[in-house]
Structure formats: structure tokens, C-alpha cells
Design a protein around this ligand. Structure first.
Ligand SMILES: *Cc1c(COP(=O)(O)O)cnc(C)c1O
Length: 241
């Protein structure tokens, strides 16, 4: 019942471009004003239209997240402002190709030494260094991407020798079900891990980004130390898929 109501309301918003535009801009403006200055607000753009994303960028968004290479390829030329594109989706070995990597300024979902080596090899061939986040499976859900918290340091140390990757932070999703407050202990665990890695002072590793918190949980994530939050639904409404 609620889902149907939600859907209708969103459709009504979409019928009038002017109304839709001002809603996205107003939301972006308000959230950019309300978050602390050290927090970067990313627009998670999967399923959004190029027009919606442009509105968000015009209202001040400077980092765009995408889960799909095909969508990023289609959208990038349609968003003229200089924004950084971060990959958020599941990275499969065959996705690691220059045509895909070149669409992104950073990858947030690196979770294995094998992937890291493949990315490193492609980046070496095209003479670039890729900033990456290690994705932590903080909720320990077996079907979820990410490395378990206790395996992060080992993965990190295996990546350090790869000269065309630079680890700049951690990313986590946390549990996908339950009340937002239930994410707090998972965010706090990843924050402790982030602090721990920072104080190891591993050469070549700059732990400067802690990406956690989505539309329902970003305020909690910021309280627990996030430096980057990833908002999709909050800006663009419920996704069709
Ligand atoms: C879709 C997605 C988001 C945004 O989620 P919302 O709940 O729509 O804000 C954030 N992070 C990742 C990794 C995603 O896939």
C-alpha cells in the first residue's frame, strides 16, 4: 500500500519538470548547508536521469557515485560541471578494462588482492594511478561485497606494493535492513578500523576518506566519523528498480 502511494506521489512530481528540479536543488542545498564542513556529500546516481543529476551538480554536488559502467558512460558527457566520479558497484574481474576504468576518478569497492592486481596492471599500462577505497563488509553478510573487518589490514598490505593504486580510504554499506540506528555499531567499528590503519602510517597509504552512510543513515554515519556520505533516494526519489 505504502509503496504504491509513494510511487504515485513520485510520478506526480516527475510530471512537472519545474517542480522536480526545485525539489532536488532544495534538498541538495539544505543538506550541503547542514552537514559539517569536513563531510563530502556524494550523489549516488544509479537510476537517476542526467537532468536530475545536473540539478544536483548545479546545486553544489561535486562527487558523483555510479554502480554501473554503462550508466556512467551515458551520463558523464551530459553532466558538464567538473565533478569527480566514483565507482560504487560490484567490481567483477572482467569489468577491469581501460574503457571502464577511464570513466572514474576513484573506485570505492575494491575488496580483493586479485582485483587490486588487475586494476594495477591496467592502470600501469595507461600510466595512471587509481585512488581506491577498500570496501568493508561490516555487516558480515555472506552475499555482500567487501572484505571482513579483520582482513582489511592484510588486504591493505598486499596492495601497498602496487604502485599504480593508492589506497585513500574505507567504504562500507552496513546492514541493509532494520532501523537506521541499527547501523551505528557497524559504522563505529569501521571508524575504529580507519583510525587504527591511519596510525599504522604505512608508506603510500593515505587514510583520508571514510565513506559510509546512505539516505537513511547518513546522519548517524557522520556522528560516527564519516567524511563522505552517499545519497541517492534522498535526492532523486525511490528508484524504479
Ligand atoms: C545506491 C547506493 C547508495 C545510495 O543509496 P540510497 O539509499 O538511495 O541513498 C549508496 N551507496 C551505495 C554503495 C549504493 O549502491
Amino acid at each position: 500500500m505504502f509503496a504504491i502511494d509513494d510511487h504515485r506521489q513520485h510520478a506526480r512530481i516527475r510530471t512537472s519538470a519545474g517542480v522536480r528540479v526545485s525539489i532536488i536543488r532544495d534538498t541538495v542545498t539544505r543538506i550541503l548547508r547542514d552537514v559539517p564542513p569536513h563531510v563530502t556529500v556524494m550523489a549516488a546516481a544509479k537510476g537517476a536521469s542526467p537532468e536530475q543529476l545536473r540539478d544536483a551538480v548545479e546545486a553544489g554536488i561535486r562527487v558523483v557515485g555510479q554502480n554501473y559502467f554503462s550508466e556512467a558512460r551515458r551520463m558523464r558527457p551530459l553532466v558538464p560541471h567538473p565533478v569527480a566520479w566514483h565507482f560504487l558497484g560490484r567490481l567483477r574481474p572482467h569489468d577491469v578494462r581501460p574503457a571502464n576504468l577511464n570513466l572514474f576518478d576513484a573506485l570505492q569497492s575494491v575488496d580483493s588482492a586479485d582485483l587490486a592486481q588487475r586494476i594495477n596492471a591496467k592502470c600501469a599500462a595507461s600510466d595512471r594511478t587509481m585512488p581506491v577505497f577498500l570496501e568493508v563488509n561490516s555487516a558480515r553478510e555472506p552475499q555482500k561485497a567487501g572484505v571482513l573487518p579483520e582482513e582489511v589490514e592484510t588486504l591493505l598490505r598486499s596492495i601497498v606494493p602496487l604502485t599504480h593504486l593508492r589506497v585513500i580510504g574505507l567504504m562500507t554499506i552496513g546492514p541493509l535492513t532494520g532501523a537506521p540506528e541499527q547501523s551505528r555499531p557497524y559504522f563505529s567499528e569501521v571508524r575504529r578500523l580507519y583510525d587504527y590503519i591511519q596510525q599504522l602510517e604505512i608508506p603510500g597509504v593515505s587514510m583520508t576518506h571514510l565513506s559510509m552512510g546512505m539516505s537513511d543513515t547518513y546522519e548517524i554515519a557522520i556522528e560516527e566519523g564519516a567524511t563522505m556520505v552517499r545519497l541517492g533516494t534522498k535526492f532523486f526519489g525511490p528508484r524504479q528498480r
